[in-house]
Design a binder for this molecule. Structure first.
Ligand SMILES: Cc1ncc(COP(=O)(O)O)c(C=O)c1O
Length: 470
């Protein structure tokens, strides 16, 4: 492709994305395709000769676009958001254009130093005390795996790295912890049987006394507790584990304390919501995802550690070909995580924070939480519905309840959710809470305004009437 062709196509693509931002709400939020529909339209073998961008782009519009589920749609109330924003896309565009790979400081000093500074901005923005150092990981799953690996090494005096895992090490979290914790436990070699999933209280938060009991029981049995994971904003209900009490127990028993605030961490931008991180200063590590609620397009996960030395000792490796003359003076982020090669993700984060300013981001998050509060009020005001969890942030958990038995309610609510999503004007997803089929309504998409939430509630309310009649 010649540079002038790139220039022409590039301008067209920026126009296309700007139009997409303007018109995203006109698309069906959820792709309507059946499994295999996209593959059917793609040739099974690669083209022998290069093709023009016009032809490629035509296929993007006709083959790819129908198979896109529109996460940036204002009717996105599913899972958690994975927001982008114009500033973030522009930053990502430059990252791709530069094509810099930031494995060590020398391979792009600006990438390393911007990452250090921007993560310290983020640390301040969510109220973490000075002394925590940040690094960008691709996802919270990876950050949690890094925490588990660091915890493993700390618990074994770095012997696992040398000789492999020996004594049964144990890991603790609430039964509401995200599935990435269990995945990390498997990958890090702890073994699923050594993962204790502890009961939660009426707000779905971990009960500190149960944690301490479990730690003592395991220690008495000769096991080695290595890591406790607390969640701020659980995926199913948005529950906030009591960090201070958990942190104090971890200190007392000498166990690594990891905090997963993947989604809810963004809410700590708001002074009135900072309580969610009360006690986070006791953590050894904490992750939150600007790629969820903080308008920085996927992927960008902020991982903070109190002692970078442990993280680095867990991961460092020094082949001759990676040594540089400045290693003693700089941060080489290749040793702060699993991968060697690193994308320049800090650029889009820098663009986002500068473009919105802290106040701009706060205003968006505050508005989302207000809108979720409206949904909660509507649920509570309508006798057909039952609220199933407290609403502290942007997630409302509810179901239809007309008094039939639990199996019947599960079946009713399954049909209810199918009906809500049938027209693809909005998209909601489900979970189970205490075994009950639960509809989740998450407000957090950048483009969502009050009118969208009101329109969504009309869809929900109409669907409720229809399934209750049928
Ligand atoms: C609480 C929590 N932790 C971790 C994750 C995993 O996030 P990621 O996709 O960044 O690995 C999620 C995803 O929704 C989550 O809700």
């Amino acid at each position: 492709m010649k540079n002038e062709d790139f220039r022409r196509a590039g301008h067209q693509f920026v126009d296309w994305i700007a139009d997409y931002f303007e018109n995203v709400e006109k698309y069906p939020v959820l792709s309507r395709l059946e499994p295999g529909d996209v593959k059917k339209l793609l040739p099974p073998v690669p083209p022998t000769r290069g093709e023009g961008m016009e032809a490629i782009f035509r296929d993007f519009e006709s083959v790819i676009m129908p198979g896109i589920t529109h996460w940036q749609h204002p009717g996105w109330f599913a899972y958690f958001p994975a927001n982008n924003s114009p500033a973030s896309v522009l930053g990502e565009f430059l990252t791709a254009g530069l094509g810099a790979q930031g494995m060590v400081w020398q391979t792009s000093p600006a990438a390393a130093e911007l990452e250090e500074v921007v993560l310290d901005w983020l640390r301040q923005m969510i109220g973490l005390p000075a002394g925590f150092s940040g690094v960008i990981q691709d996802t919270a799953s990876t950050a949690t795996l890094c925490a588990l690996l660091s915890a493993r090494e700390k618990a074994t005096g770095f012997e696992s790295n040398e000789s492999g895992l020996k004594p049964p090490l144990t890991v603790y979290a609430s039964e509401e912890v995200h599935s990435s914790a269990e995945k990390g436990v498997k990958i890090a070699g702890f073994g699923r049987k050594n993962f204790r999933r502890l009961p939660t209280d009426g707000r779905f938060a971990l009960i500190p006394e149960k944690l301490e009991e479990a730690l003592i029981r395991d220690k008495d049995a000769g096991l080695v507790p290595a890591c406790v994971m607390a969640t701020v904003g659980t995926t199913s209900s948005g529950a906030v584990d009591p960090l201070r009490a958990i942190g104090e127990i971890c200190r007392k028993h000498g166990v690594w304390f990891h905090v997963d605030a993947a989604w809810a961490g963004t809410a700590a931008l708001l002074p009135e919501k900072r309580w969610i991180l009360d006690g986070a200063e006791l953590a050894d590590s904490l992750v939150f995802n600007p790629h969820k609620w903080m308008v920085t397009n996927f992927d960008c996960s902020a991982y903070f550690v109190r002692d970078p030395g442990t993280l680095i000792r867990t991961f460092e490796i020094h082949p001759e070909y990676l040594k540089t003359g400045v290693d003693a003076k700089v941060k080489n982020y290749r040793d702060w995580g699993i991968q060697l090669g690193r994308r320049f993700r800090a650029l889009k984060l820098w663009f986002v924070i500068r473009s919105y300013g802290v106040e701009g981001l706060q205003a968006m998050v505050r508005e989302h939480i207000r809108l979720a509060g409206l949904v909660k009020d509507w649920v509570e005001a309508d006798a057909r519905f039952e609220l199933l969890a407290p609403v502290d942030l942007g997630l409302v958990c509810f179901r239809l309840n007309d008094g039939r038995d639990e199996a019947g309610l599960d079946e009713l609510n399954r049909r209810f959710l199918e009906r809500i999503n049938a027209d693809a004007t909005i998209f909601l997803t489900h979970t189970t809470l205490r075994g009950k089929y639960t509809v989740r309504f998450v407000v957090g998409q950048r483009t969502t305004e009050e009118r969208h939430v009101r329109a969504a509630w009309d869809v929900v309310s109409t669907a409720a009437g229809e399934v209750l009649k049928s």
